[in-house]
Design a protein around this ligand. Structure first.
Ligand SMILES: [Zn+2]
Length: 80
């Protein structure tokens, strides 16, 4: 009987430990979702993991679509 109680206690500790770990992972995901980048072509914010990343003269730019990236590149070419 004593052994059974210890087993239950161990299981409970494990359950609480894994529940805590899941919460930490979820908090990390929320932080990643909130990570936004600015699209200079259409002046909107895009999720970083969904954005198109392009490097121009050492600077990194993010766009919501290929069309936006091309629009921005055409604009920068006209300026220089
Ligand atoms: Zn865009």
């Amino acid at each position: 009987m004593k052994l059974f109680l210890i087993l239950v206690l161990v299981l409970l500790v494990y359950y609480l430990y894994f529940k805590k770990r899941k919460k930490v992972v979820r908090a990390k995901d929320e932080k990643r979702v909130a990570d936004l980048v600015f699209d200079e072509a259409c002046q909107t914010y895009v999720k970083k993991e969904e954005a198109l990343k392009i490097e121009v003269q050492g600077k990194t730019y993010y766009f919501c679509s290929k069309a936006c990236a091309e629009k921005f590149l055409a604009k920068t070419k006209n300026l220089s």
